[in-house]
Design a protein around this ligand. Structure first.
Ligand code: NAP
Length: 248
């Protein structure tokens, strides 16, 4: 079976690191991004050097029309998706709940929960034997915040990842008999540009003393777990979570 992989939000950070590892595993890869076309093209150029087929598609995963267009382009250029990493996510400035606007909460839920659910829906339409597919694998990128709650930081973000965990478990059981596995990784503090969104790009370095391992994680350390869960090596794993939080 051809392996066709969509990684949402893969122009940088954990998504880009996962794409580079996937290139060595024989996947045809779609790099998805929201706005930074040049960053996406840089990842594509790197992947082409590794000999893998790759394309970059701009699409906002919080909008179903854009997701439909994204999957249609992949169908046409790489073939139907057999593997999906729901990685795109967002966070907002560190705040208490009473300071959070409705706009912020809805944006968080649309990007971090509704988006992955819609991407899974359109992947299932290609993976499930009910729709002519031959199975597949989905990995959702959650967060240790789903377990810890992120009090005083961004409880809305933690709640969105908690919802993603519940979706992972439910969907895994729903499609387990159709040759489709659904799992998740829960990273802790990882060195990426993500933290600039919370108001402090140096957040991970500052918080390192509170991490049991005494250091933040690298995107590649998360990518390794994602690639394993996607692969046939994880053939009996579904509805499971790998925490990559340095002990948090
Ligand atoms: P990042 O470096 O900020 O990268 C985010 C990626 O997502 C970018 O490619 C961005 O595209 C894309 N993106 C954002 N919103 C999007 C949307 N609506 N539609 C499509 N693409 C979108 O983030 P990261 O640290 O790698 O995080 C990836 C995932 O890991 C997220 O789900 C995050 O919640 C989770 N996570 C991260 C950490 C951490 O410490 N970094 C910890 C736990 C969980 P553009 O560049 O074009 O905007």
């Amino acid at each position: 079976m051809e392996k066709v992989l969509l990684i949402t939000g893969s122009s940088r950070g954990i998504g880009a690191a996962t794409a580079l590892l996937a290139a060595e595993q024989g996947y045809r890869i779609c790099i998805n991004y929201l706005s930074d076309h040049q960053a996406a093209e840089r990842v594509c150029a790197h992947i082409r050097k590794l000999g893998a087929q790759v394309m970059a598609v701009q699409a906002d995963v919080s909008d179903e029309d854009e997701i439909i267009g994204l999957f249609a382009r992949i169908d046409a250029e790489l073939g139907p998706v057999t593997a999906l990493v729901n990685n795109a996510g967002t966070v907002a400035e560190v705040s208490r709940v009473e300071e959070m606007s409705e706009f912020r909460m809805l944006r968080m839920m649309k990007t971090n929960v509704v988006g992955p659910m819609l991407c899974a829906k359109h992947a299932l339409l290609r993976m499930s034997p009910r729709h002519g597919g031959k199975g597949g694998s989905i990995v959702n990128v959650s967060s240790v915040a789903a377990r810890l709650g992120a009090s005083g930081e961004y409880v809305d973000y933690a709640a969105s990842k908690g919802a993603l965990d519940t979706f992972t478990l439910g969907l895994a059981r729903e499609v387990a008999g159709e040759g489709i596995r659904v799992n998740a990784v829960r990273p802790g503090y990882i060195f990426t540009d993500f933290h600039a969104l919370s108001g402090d790009p140096h957040r991970v370095s500052k918080l390192e003393p509170g991490i049991p391992m005494g250091r933040g994680g690298c995107a590649e350390e998360v990518a390794e777990a994602i690639i394993w869960l996607l692969s046939a090596k994880a053939s009996y794993a579904t509805g499971t979570f790998i925490d990559l939080g340095g002990g948090r």
